[in-house]
Write a protein that binds this ligand. Structure first.
Ligand code: FRU
Length: 485
């Protein structure tokens, strides 16, 4: 594994030429995704600035151009007419101001009238590497570029730790105010969310207080990437708590969880209806962000980072890593959160024939599971060994996924086996495979499981419990992956 110096990690990109060779090399990787957004070079992490504006979906990702390393972060901008076909739009935000000199960190977007506003964290560090996180804004120009405001909107609270970032902006029609939910760590190292409000997007922001989440006053050390949305009358609070392990999640100290409950903007209290739940039960899913301006009170659209902080992935050797998840639709039905793949993804199904027992590099698999225990083994070798193995224990209503049989093993010290507890008996699985990821949707959205996966040349077979009906389609490419900087 390459050791990076701070200078290398925080090198400023001055011209596209500096990464053209890297792009040409990265592009030849067998692990490049075909229908998922991925970094043009280097590393992608959190989804940022996700909104629908004048008929176009805008999405950015945290991007470190130089390699598979967390360093100086840019926002890289992609757009889509339909959340399925994506094209590269170039750098969204570069860390080119004093207030964001060490990174344009995560944030969100909201479309208001004919303006698209972006909110992000300007990660400033002084010569002693002391951090000051600024909450900053930008707008979309007519040419489709992001243009920063000359000054940040506001600075950090001195009574909290230096971890104050990831502004998610929402509009509350009842209050006629915009709200920023900011991920934070308190002075005594508790994870929390700070709330700001303003009648206007670009001025007048005032601190309202810390969000009270009853029963979760001590839950992790920092709540990254908070997001609050109302779905069919139920409020949902999604965030990524870190610096803590949680039951059933191996040695990972990064998680993406949610509560269903009630958000009270008068008292700044989120009252959960029940315990936290994992947003995704897989190995690699974090920092998910919901899109603004979806325009449907019953549906949210969410993208997550396929990856985890502080983890290492095999494509590090090729100087790139990371991928966005497929956009997914969130709904609340009968007091439960359901997550389904973005509708319309079926248009990528190809007519090309598939072969029994052979897994195409980009495909969808749908399985109707019968009663009793069930097995699905993906990416196995010709003799049926190895691979990513799913076993469903009907008595326990639990799927266990094990990736320890793959040739390329990674993050083994964090976890290689994880459970997906189900409330309903397993009846249906939809699997989306791309060249370096697999996303599984159980029981029409009851639970999901996202993982990176790096099959070698011999790992392309699959099998499942005999006599289980299934269908499979190859999926067509839908990301352009062009060199636009
Ligand atoms: C989450 C996170 C955010 C931060 C960003 C920096 O993965 O740590 O809190 O803004 O990544 O890249």
């Amino acid at each position: 594994m390459k050791e990076w110096t701070r200078e290398e990690r925080y090198r400023v990109l001055h011209s596209a030429d500096e990464i053209k060779d890297l792009y040409d090399r990265v592009k030849t990787s067998v692990y490049r995704q075909t229908y998922h957004v991925q970094p043009i070079t280097g590393l992608s992490s959190d989804p940022n600035g996700f909104a629908l504006h004048e008929g176009i979906w805008h999405l950015c990702y945290q991007w470190c151009p130089w390699g598979a390393v967390h360093g100086l972060k840019y926002w890289y901008h992609v757009t889509s007419p339909d959340l399925i076909h994506w094209q590269n739009a170039g750098i969204g935000l570069a860390p080119d101001r004093d207030y964001d000199n060490k990174g344009a960190h995560s944030g969100s977007a909201i479309s208001v009238g004919d303006e698209l506003y972006f909110f992000y964290t300007g990660n400033h560090r002084d010569e002693n590497w002391v951090r000051t996180p600024w909450t900053c804004a930008a707008t979309l120009t007519h040419e489709g570029r992001l243009e920063k405001l000359p000054e940040p909107l506001f600075g950090p609270r001195p009574d909290y730790a230096e971890h104050q970032r990831d502004p998610k902006v929402v509009y509350n029609a009842e209050k006629e105010r915009y709200y920023i939910f900011l991920g934070a760590m308190s002075a005594d190292k508790r994870g929390c969310v700070l709330v700001y409000s303003s009648p206007k997007p670009l001025e007048g922001w005032r601190f309202e207080g810390e969000l009270k989440v009853h029963g979760y006053e001590h839950f992790g050390g920092m709540w990254e990437c908070p997001y609050v949305v109302n779905l069919s009358g139920t409020d949902v609070l999604i965030f990524s708590p870190q610096y803590t392990t949680l039951p059933g999640r191996g040695n990972s100290t990064n998680h993406n969880v949610y509560f269903l409950g009630k958000m009270d903007y008068d008292t700044l209290t989120f009252t959960p209806d029940g315990p936290y739940r994992f947003l995704d039960f897989g190995f690699d899913f974090y920092a998910a962000q919901g899109a603004a301006n979806v325009g449907d009170p019953d549906k949210a659209i969410l993208v997550g980072w396929i990856g985890l902080p502080d983890n290492h992935y095999p494509t590090e050797e090729e100087d790139w890593e990371g991928s966005m998840s497929l956009p997914r639709e969130l709904r609340v039905r009968d007091g439960k959160l359901l997550q389904t793949p973005i509708s319309g993804i079926e248009q990528l199904r190809s007519d090309a024939p598939v072969q029994l027992g052979i897994l195409p590099p980009a495909c969808e698999l749908q399985v109707n599971v019968g009663e009793g225990d069930f097995d699905l083994n993906l990416f196995t070798r010709e003799d049926g060994t190895g691979g990513l193995r799913l076993h469903y224990d009907a008595a326990a209503r639990t799927c266990t996924l094990d990736r320890s049989g793959m040739d390329k093993r990674f993050n083994t010290q964090v976890f290689e086996t994880l459970d997906v507890p189900l409330e309903q008996p397993l009846s249906r699985i939809r699997v989306f495979i791309d060249r370096s990821s697999a996303e599984l949707f159980f029981n029409d959205g009851e639970a999901t499981f996202t993982t990176h996966i790096y099959p070698t040349e011999r790992e392309f077979h699959f099998d499942l419990t005999p006599d289980t009906p299934f269908r499979m389609w190859k999926l067509e490419r839908s990301v352009t992956d062009e060199f636009v900087v």
